[in-house]
Write a protein that binds this ligand. Structure first.
Ligand code: 0A1
Ligand code: ZN
Length: 880
């Protein structure tokens, strides 16, 4: 018997709740092993119809007492189990229910509900964690006003926080305890509830909103780390201003708080007025964090802050609507980062991530629509599809409507649905209303999984001066969806002539903002007045998340790489050149041949490297070949990860050799003696400097390794030190061992930096890595109880190290599976997420495919695994 019953939840089964909750009064008496929770719920029937039983959700709960309108309930009138509280015949009128439960935060290893992160009490309630605190209608369409009283030993938890504004605090007479009372005037679902108690240091600042209100900003961190929260604070203020300017959204409470905790299952959480963060997305300084860390902090701080409107003020009716808040908020944080940094560089980075993660998910057994129709475990749907493809769908709405109408639609959404739990249909309707257009076909982006393929052929008629694009679209089958309907695809394009973009005019329809709208399986577009044979630049800015198939000659790609006015497509042109070389070389390697070089690609790279007008960050992206995951996905079947790796490494080595002088000169030129600044421009210089270093070292030349070694030693910031270490880590030489030892010695006391050390070693593409990682699981710096440690070591091995996870002897699979089986009983959410590493197993060559399947079957057959893990493994194995 499985310990957790499988369950299937379907969107079509949605019904409004039978009961509503107007107010919630919570009273916590914090204690590590036995925290008492008293909850007073003001309930009312949701309809005047038939009286319904009251069934409250629970998870692992112990009921202490229960009273209705102040009267203890007789035992015969209710049933309480750890996961449910049922009152069969409650009065059919408003009443108050008082529930007392007791929970054990110290023993809470799932990190859902109330738990201890080190010495700090904190909560995580999304998606279904509140039911681990008290019995409740744990669904997002039940929205209530919360008042929270927290009491604790003053010495153990001098800081006591909850959602909303502080309304009272004081000592508990005759004890060594104190209390605080917080009130949140905004109705919210219970997944946005939060509480924190602990010994924390506060970084304080303030913000004046556009209407002139003063908001206190408090970031709480471990004492001694205050300096490292300053960048997060700065990011927060910039995000608050940006949301006013870009979306007209003002903050609504008197105080906004962020707490950094050391043990957290995800990145961060948007609890109303009290965001709780994985400390890795708050803490940063030049000496401890890389440019990428700074950029992530800026993005995650903004993301959680933006949720205040897209998530908290307007929440989701049910968990199927998750993309309503997540896709939209990802879109908002991407736009924020684009405005703070370089738009082109941001877009390229976002698309790289999308292709390496979401496209891979969409091409495998875990593919699902942006709005799934069914789930077994909602925790497994916080996916790149819901988040990142969800963000792309919002971006396409903007592309179709243009910025002004898009903004009108957003404004309408905010006014129409403020204070509600909404659906995707309601969101899209706002855009349909402002544009008076029909979005019913567009809704397929929410319901059909799979990455659309768009195949284009081109015809130039020199006499008629017309240019025709024949375009066919199709969506591949995905689990549970064998056939698909055509999508609405906004395809931004340009026709590039010798001297730049040619004027665009369609023969038979208007062309708005350089976008053609695909809606049919096959369509033709005829451009008129085309004076010369143009080179097509399609899906500019990656206007739609599609796979474009366009037969285009290498010479034309080189031309676009040099000339396209759209920077995204300049980058894309080089990627396309590199991708065809890489896939051809993978095939050659598998036949036992030697990879070839592509002089044209090298010329294109050399020209971009030499172009001083280009932003360094952009040049760095152009010099970075497609990721191993992306190459594997492009190949699609019979993938041999060793061949993929070798092809990619040989391209890097060839680049290092061919462009050696320019790379060496650029590596020097990008370095500065100015003190470290995390801004985009300085980060771009370092990015280029470090790509040059890595390409040089790929040649294995002593001089280049020496360069990396010297940079490691002399670096005055973590970005340069880490980049040098990463480069050294790719080479089995004494310099690597020395640097790794040195790094540990320098940073042994700093878990977030040791995470980098763990992740880097787990990613070394050598057969000895498995034993190295196995040994590191016994290292004192490692702990299976901390998700950041587990993700750094095991997650990095499984998800980043394609050659060693996919060892042909299957030992990588077995190792990861054994560890995740062990972790599953403690923290199923993290175990299930890491097991997602198996999602591409079917695309592997037969030997590995068999080994991966055997491991998956073994895990699936363990009767005691969690619902989270079972769901992932069963879907990964299913063949439909
Ligand atoms: N809503 C958060 C993500 C999140 C989801 C579930 C969690 O439970 C462990 C935590 C965080 C976001 O999008 O940032
Ligand atoms: Zn989010």
């Amino acid at each position: 018997m499985r310990t957790e019953e499988p369950r299937t939840v379907r969107l079509t089964d949605y019904r409004p709740p039978d009961w509503l909750i107007d107010t919630v009064e919570l009273d916590f008496s914090l204690d590590a092993a036995a925290t008492k929770v008293r909850a007073k719920l003001q309930l009312k029937p949701n309809s005047t119809g038939t009286p319904a039983p009251l069934v409250l959700d629970g998870d692992d709960l112990k009921l202490v007492s229960l009273a209705l309108d102040g009267q203890p309930l007789p035992a015969a009138s209710f049933v309480a189990t750890p996961d449910k509280l049922t009152i069969a015949q409650p009065p059919h009128r408003p009443f108050q229910l008082e529930i007392e439960t007791v929970v054990d935060p110290a023993a809470n290893s799932k990190l859902m509900g109330l738990y201890k992160a080190g010495a700090t009490y904190c909560t995580q309630c999304e998606a279904e964690g509140f039911r681990r605190i008290t019995y409740f209608l744990d669904r997002p369409d039940v929205m209530a006003v919360y008042t929270t009283r927290i009491e604790a030993e003053t010495s153990e938890a001098p800081i006591l926080l909850a959602n909303g504004n502080l309304v009272a605090q004081g000592e508990v007479p005759g004890t060594t305890r104190h209390f605080a009372v917080w009130h949140d005037p905004f109705k919210k679902p219970c997944y946005l509830f939060a509480l924190v108690g602990g010994k924390l240091a506060r970084v304080a600042d303030s913000f004046t909103t556009m209407s002139g209100r003063q908001v206190a900003l408090h970031i709480y961190v471990e004492p001694g780390k205050e300096e490292r929260a300053l960048y997060a604070m700065d990011s927060l203020k910039r995000a608050m201003r940006w949301d006013e300017e870009a979306f007209g959204r003002e903050y609504d409470l008197d105080i906004f708080m962020i707490v950094a905790v050391s043990a957290f299952n995800m990145g961060a959480m948007e609890n109303k007025g009290l965001n709780i963060f994985n400390d890795k997305y708050v803490l940063a300084s030049a000496a401890t964090a890389t440019d990428a860390d700074f950029a992530h902090i800026e993005a995650v701080i903004a993301h959680e802050y933006f949720h205040n409107w897209t998530g908290d003020r307007i929440t989701c009716r049910d968990w199927f609507q998750l993309c309503l808040k997540e896709g939209l908020t990802v879109f908002r944080d991407q736009e924020f980062s684009a405005d703070q940094r370089s738009r082109a560089v941001e877009r390229i980075g976002d698309v790289r991530t999308l292709r390496s993660h979401q496209f891979v998910e969409d091409a495998g057994p875990l593919a699902h629509p942006v709005r799934p129709a069914l789930y077994h475990e909602i925790n497994n749907f916080y996916t790149t599809t819901v988040y990142d493809k969800g963000g792309e769908v919002v971006r396409m709405i903007k592309a179709l409507l243009g910025p002004a109408l898009f903004r009108q639609g957003m404004d309408l959404y905010f006014t129409r649905h403020d204070g509600e739990a909404a659906t995707v249909e309601q969101f899209v309707q706002c855009f349909a209303d402002v544009s008076r257009s029909d979005f019913s076909q567009f809704m397929r982006w929410y319901t059909q999984a799979g990455t659309p393929e768009v195949a284009v052929t081109t015809h130039y008629d020199a006499d008629a001066k017309t240019y025709r694009l024949d375009i066919a679209q199709s969506v591949p089958p995905t689990p549970g969806q064998p056939t698909k309907q055509p999508m609405v695809i906004p395809l931004a394009l340009g026709l590039v002539g010798k001297n730049g973009d040619l004027p665009l005019a369609l023969r038979d329809r208007p062309l708005e903002r350089g976008i053609v709208e695909l809606t049919q399986p096959n369509q033709s577009f005829v451009f008129t007045g085309v004076a010369e044979r143009p080179i097509p630049s399609l899906n500019r800015g990656f206007s739609a998340p599609i796979k474009l198939k366009l037969p285009i000659e290498a010479g034309d790609l080189r031309f676009l790489a040099a000339q396209d006015s759209d920077p995204f497509n300049r980058w894309q042109a080089v990627q396309s050149l590199a991708m065809s070389l890489l896939t051809a070389n993978v095939a050659t390697l598998r036949r036992g041949g030697t990879p070839r070089e592509d002089a044209g690609l090298m010329d294109a790279l050399a020209a971009i490297l030499a172009d001083a007008r280009l932003e360094p960050a952009f040049v760095a992206l152009v010099l970075t070949p497609p990721s191993e995951a992306d190459i594997a996905r492009e190949i699609g079947h019979e993938v041999d990860p060793d061949a993929v790796f070798t092809a990619r490494r040989s391209l890097r080595a060839a680049t290092g050799a061919r462009l050696g002088a320019a790379l060496g000169e650029t590596h020097e030129r990008m370095r500065t003696s100015a003190p470290y600044q995390p801004d985009a421009q300085s980060a771009g210089r370092r990015a280029l400097q470090n790509v040059c270093l890595d390409l040089l070292a790929a040649t294995r030349a002593d001089e280049a390794i020496g360069r990396a070694d010297a940079q490691y030693e002399s670096a005055d910031n973590m970005t340069d030190r880490m980049a040098a270490l990463e480069t050294l880590s790719q080479h089995d030489r004494p310099e690597r061992a020395r640097a790794l030892e040195d790094f540990y010695r320098r940073y042994a006391g700093d878990p977030l930096i040791i995470d980098k050390w763990l992740a880097l070693q787990a990613a070394i593409p050598e057969p000895a890595t498995l034993e190295r990682v196995r040994a590191l699981t016994a290292h004192p710096a490692f702990s299976m109880a901390n998700p950041n440690r587990v993700r750094s070591l095991i997650g990095s091995f499984a998800l980043v190290n394609h050659t060693q996870f996919n060892r042909v002897d299957g030992a990588g699979y077995e190792f990861v599976a054994d560890l995740m089986l062990a972790l599953d009983s403690k923290n199923p959410q993290v175990a299930a997420r890491i097991m997602g590493a198996f999602r591409s197993w079917r695309a592997l060559e037969p030997l590995r495919r068999e080994r991966a399947a055997a491991t998956l079957r073994r895990v699936a057959s363990v009767p005691t695994i969690s619902r989270d893990l079972h769901d992932i493994v069963a879907r990964t194995l299913a063949d439909n």
